[in-house]
Design a protein around this ligand. Structure first.
Ligand code: ATP
Ligand code: MG
Length: 273
């Protein structure tokens, strides 16, 4: 049996005639953080939608723990919890009610859902904001609550789509540290989409570059850069001489994909559809 927890094997997917992903292969091991980087529009969020069941693959297999699964038909049994790319807190719900939405949608009674969400406010550094509304909180606090909403579902795999993308550098740095500290206690497997090379190197064991391959038009994993698997991710991290090297390697891998995309014939036409 495979040692991988999650495997995408030869996945193709798209919207109508627009092929977004083509023969994509990807694995995530138990407890691993895998970063997914790639140009805007390359299909990163589409890949997550395959796992949340919002989009269905036209070819290939998704395996979890070695067994083939169809996330679109699994409902609450899906082993993934996703944090979407946009801030989706509901303005009329207080923070506890926002944090419990995922559980409520999965069928957990409202009272129980809210008390399970409320229990995480203290360990997540959110004490005092339980009864506040999204407009009363900073961007960083809102992202923490969005993350809490994802985590409270108690799934073994977290899918994070640009979790800190909209935040300033200091807040992002703060939240990266915070995420690593919480991850060390829980040991989830994480698939992390990010545009930020530093963030990918800081948080992930491996970074995968999604890019167009060949003439078909769809994207697949075109490069893999081992980033922080062997670097301690605590305060020593910023001083470790391997960090800037890994950042340059990832930047170069991403740059060569961009260069290839820019010269690919017909790109503008395909993207416009
Ligand atoms: N619901 C949809 N219907 C039709 N086309 C879509 C849909 N969602 C995404 N697309 C198209 O699929 C392609 C990939 O989009 P996707 O959102 O996955 O990119 P991304 O890599 O997440 O980009 P970004 O970094 O900007 O978030 C784009 O060309 C986009 O226009
Ligand atoms: Mg996206």
């Amino acid at each position: 049996m495979s040692a991988q927890l999650l495997e995408l094997d030869g996945i193709s997917a798209g919207f109508g005639s627009h092929r977004v992903l083509d023969d994509l292969h990807l694995q995530v091991a138990p407890g691993e953080i895998v970063a997914l980087v790639g140009a805007s529009g390359s299909g990163k969020s589409t890949l997550l939608s395959l796992l949340t069941g919002a989009v269905r693959a036209s070819a290939g297999e998704i395996r979890y723990g070695g067994a083939v699964i169809d996330p679109a038909t699994m409902g609450a049994h899906r082993p993934f919890a996703a944090m979407p790319q946009r801030d989706v807190l509901l303005p009329w719900r207080d923070m506890v009610a926002n944090a419990s939405i995922g559980l409520e949608v999965a069928g957990v009674p409202k009272r129980e859902a809210r008390s399970r969400a409320a229990e995480l406010f203290a360990p997540f550094g959110l004490t005092g904001s339980e009864a506040q509304f999204p407009r009363q909180l900073s961007g960083g606090m809102r992202q923490r609550v969005s993350f809490l909403r994802t985590v409270v579902q108690e799934k073994p795999v977290l899918l994070l789509d640009e979790p800190f993308g909209a935040l300033d550098a200091i807040t992002r740095d703060d939240l990266q540290r915070w995420l690593l500290a919480i991850w060390e206690q829980h040991g989830w497997s994480i698939l992390l989409i990010t545009h930020d090379i530093r963030e990918a190197v800081r948080l992930a064991d491996r970074a995968l570059v999604l890019g167009r391959a060949g003439e078909v038009g769809g994207a697949r994993i075109v490069a893999e850069v081992p980033v922080s698997r062997d670097i301690p991710r605590d305060d020593r991290f910023v001083l470790d001489p391997r960090v800037p090297v890994r950042e340059s390697q990832l930047q170069a891998a991403l740059g060569s994909v961009h260069a290839r995309d820019a010269t690919a014939p017909g790109r503008a036409d395909e993207r416009g559809r």
